[in-house]
Write a new protein. Structure first.
Lengths: 111, 111
DNA sequence: ATCAAACATTGATGAGCGTCGATGTATAGG
DNA sequence: CCTATACATCGACGCTCATCAATGTTTGAT
C-alpha cells in the first residue's frame, strides 16, 4: 500500500529504526521472564549483593540447570557479573544495565 | 536441596514473589518485540499523538493482519487506546503504563 | 446497489525458548 | 584416591508466539 492521495493521519515519523528496536527488544526479552526477574530481584535484595546458584534453586522452584541457564542469559546481556571463588560462583547485579533499559523506555527517548 | 549446614552465601531474601514476577514479565513480554517497540515509538513521535494502522504497515514492513495483531496486544496490555472514527481506527499512547513499567524496574522497587 | 478501502478474525506454519534429565568438569574433604 | 558438592553443558521435549494468506465486517463513495 503506497501512500494514497488521501491520508487518514498526520504524517508519520518513523521513530526507532529496525536496529534500535531489535537491540532494545533483545534486552527486554531477557527481563521478560518471571524466573529471571526473580533472580534480579534476589540479587538486588541480597545482603552483600551476592548470591550463588545453590541458594536460588530452592526459592525459585527450578532445577539447577535451568537456573544456570537463566544466569547465563542475564550475564550475556550485561545485567549481572559472576565471580568464581573456591567452590561457588557468586553473582551480582549491574545496576547501570537496568538503568539503561529504563532510560530507553522514556517516551522522549523513543524519538 | 534443603538448606545445608554450610551455606555459601549470606541469607537470601526472596524478593519478588511469583505473582509479581509473572505480572511484570507479562508486561515486559509485550514490549519485548521490535515491531511493537516501533509502534510505540511511532505513536510517541506522531503529531497529534494519533496514528492508524494503514500508516504503519509500510514503515514497519509487515502485513496488515500482523500490525493489527500487535496493536491488539498493546491495547490489551494497556499501553495504547484505540478510537474508531469513520473509516479509520486511531491509536494513541498511554504514557502512564509505560511509566509503570519503568517504575517497576527501579532496583529499589524490586524489593 | 456496488465497489473499494480499513480493519478484525481465523487457522496454519515455523522459529524460538523455557524446562528438564543426563552427563561432564572442577573443587573440597576424608 | 575416592566421594560429594557446585556448576556448566548437551540434547530433547513441549509450548508460546510472530507472521502470513484467506476471509469476514464495516464504512464511505460512486
Amino acid at each position: 500500500m503506497k501512500s494514497s492521495e488521501v491520508t487518514c493521519c498526520t504524517p508519520v515519523s518513523d521513530g526507532l529504526d529496525e536496529r534500535q528496536a531489535l537491540e532494545l527488544a533483545d534486552l527486554l526479552k531477557v527481563l521478560a521472564d518471571p524466573a529471571r526477574l526473580r533472580i534480579v530481584s534476589m540479587l538486588a535484595a541480597a545482603e552483600g549483593g551476592e548470591v550463588c546458584v545453590c541458594d536460588m534453586t530452592e526459592p525459585l522452584g527450578l532445577s539447577q540447570p535451568t537456573v544456570s541457564h537463566h544466569i547465563k542469559v542475564l550475564r550475556e546481556a550485561g545485567f549481572i557479573v559472576s565471580e568464581k571463588r573456591s567452590k561457588w560462583v557468586y553473582h551480582r547485579l549491574v545496576p547501570a544495565q537496568l538503568e539503561a533499559v529504563r532510560g530507553a523506555l522514556v517516551i522522549g527517548q523513543l524519538v
